[in-house]
Structures are given as C-alpha cells and as structure tokens.
Write a protein that binds this ligand. Structure first.
Ligand code: 5GP
Length: 203
C-alpha cells in the first residue's frame, strides 16, 4: 500500500516478572521487526557480566540519576530492588515524533506512569506458563541465592496484580511463539484507523 509515512510512532510497553525471559523475547522481536527502536534505560545498578554501557543500559551514578529526576529529563522512573531505573524523555519524544515505534522494557510502576502520560501506549504483560515454571527458570540461572529467588517470586506475585491494567497478555512458553504473538499485536495496532489515516486521501 502506498502512502505517507505515519506521523507518530507507537509507544510499546513490555513488562513481566524477573525470570520470564523478557530479554530473549525482545531480542527475537527486534530481529524480526528491525524498524522498532528499543529504548535503552538509565539505571544505577551495576552492570552484569556481558552487559555493555549504552547497549543494555546507560549505567549512571545515583547522583547523576537524581539530577535527571530534578531536571525532569525522564518520561518515567522507578526504584526497583534498591536501584533506580528510568526512561529518557528526550530520546523517546524524538523517535515517536519521527514516526518510529519505540519499545520500553519497564517494570509495573513505570508502566503505570507511562499509561497516565501516554494514553495511546500499547501495554503488554508477559507471563511464564506457571509459577512453578518461573521458579524453575529462576533456579536454573543458578546465579542467585534461594533468598533472592524467593524475593523475586514474591515480587512477581505483586506484579501480577497489575495485569488487568495492561492491554495484552502474552504467555512465554516458547520464545518464538511469544515473539510472534507480540508481532501480531503490533500488526493489529498498526491497522487501527487512527494509525492509518495517512493512507487515505480526501479526509
Ligand atoms: P534488571 O535489573 O533485571 O535488568 O531489571 C529489573 C527491572 O527493571 C525489570 O523488570 C525491567 O523491566 C525494569 N526496567 C528496566 N528499565 C527500566 C526503566 O527505564 N524504567 C522502569 N520503570 N523499569 C525499568
């Protein structure tokens, strides 16, 4: 179909409990949909092995993060397990204004703030097939103590209470299926009349 490029990009919010496999699903999604811009968050937590500054996160000191909060530079931010995480307002605005879809991987408090500010955001929550499976996946990582794992499972239960506020629910049983479902959601969202008025003439 010929037509002008859409005027505004779609803001896509993805949340889900620790251990659900969100990063793997996102990697698969981005390899299929290269036109989506993944928002690299700012965080005060330490990089994990293999993580790169500017790629996985922008790693900053607490003072720098607090300066960004004071200067209103963040679309949203949250404190999660003793660290700050936040999304740069400037970068997101630039991309959306250029008609580029933007993907945010954020936890539930941040997602609530985004929903309050951007009514058009498409919010997707990813769950594991079951809590037993989530527990198995967290144990399989073998990097955390039993106490930390139990903490994450408890946090997951709290996060589940926010599910009704999301537009879509995706079960990550098989990564390729979960990514395919998200692609279908985004395809359908892209077909909404309000997102397609650039394709019709004379209105
Ligand atoms: P992790 O430390 O495991 O990378 O991330 C912990 C949690 O922080 C995840 O649920 C992730 O989605 C969330 N997170 C990552 N970036 C942001 C952000 O910019 N804002 C908010 N609110 N949460 C984020």
């Amino acid at each position: 179909m010929m037509g002008k490029k859409k005027e505004k990009g779609t803001l896509i919010v993805l949340s889900g409990p620790s251990g659900v496999g969100k990063s793997t699903v996102i990697a698969e999604l981005l390899s299929e949909r290269k036109d989506i811009y993944f928002s690299v968050s700012f965080t005060t937590r330490q990089p994990r092995v293999g993580e790169e500054d500017g790629v996985n996160y922008n790693f900053v000191a607490r003072e720098e993060f607090e300066r960004m909060i004071a200067n209103d530079e963040l679309l949203e931010y949250a404190e999660y397990v003793h660290n700050y995480y936040g999304t740069s307002l400037r970068v997101i605005r630039e991309k959306l204004d250029a008609g580029i879809d933007v993907l945010l991987d954020i936890e539930v408090q941040g997602a609530a703030k985004v929903r309050a500010k951007c009514a058009d955001a498409v919010c997707i929550f990813i769950v594991p097939p079951s809590f037993e499976e989530l527990s198995r996946r967290l144990h399989r990582r073998a990097t955390d103590s039993e106490e930390v794992i139990q903490g994450r499972l408890q946090k997951a239960r709290e996060e589940y209470r926010e599910i009704p506020n999301y537009d879509y629910l995706v079960v990550n049983d098989k990564v390729s299926d979960a990514a395919a479902e998200i692609i279908s959601i985004l395809t359908a969202e892209g077909c909404r009349t309000k997102n397609r008025m650039n394709l019709v003439e004379g209105v």
